[in-house]
Design a protein around this ligand. Structure first.
Ligand code: ZN
Length: 116
């Protein structure tokens, strides 16, 4: 699903979404986003312009919130992977210590055999 938050337009089709982004309607809306004060004409009251801006701002915030949610999810996945890796590292370390102990026992035994 492709959604244009600026125009409140959504489509399942990638090519029609692309066409929408190229459309005059979308470009004009985007332009009005960039220069909200310049587009103010005497027929519009100030409060109307403000309402439009707040509406667009809340849409932008909604988009950001969605992105933050995705980032938090990613972060959790990374954290889980990290914890798993740490666990594996710890068990590896323990195994290496055990192998070290066995090796020193073997060395000791072979030294004792040589002295016989
Ligand atoms: Zn649009």
């Amino acid at each position: 699903m492709y959604t244009c938050q600026v125009c409140n337009y959504s489509t399942k089709n990638a090519s029609s979404y692309k066409r929408h982004l190229d459309s005059l309607k979308h470009k004009k809306k985007l332009e009005s986003l960039c220069t909200p004060i310049a587009n103010t004409d005497s027929s519009k009251s100030n409060s109307q312009v403000k309402t439009v801006n707040i509406d667009i701002e809340s849409k932008a915030i909604a988009v950001l919130e969605e992105k933050i949610k995705i980032l938090i999810q990613h972060n959790k996945t990374i954290e889980n992977n990290y914890n798993q890796m740490r666990q594996e590292q710890l068990s590896m370390k323990k195994r290496m210590e055990k192998i070290g102990k066995y090796l020193s026992l073997v060395c000791k035994a072979s030294n004792e055999i040589n002295q016989l």
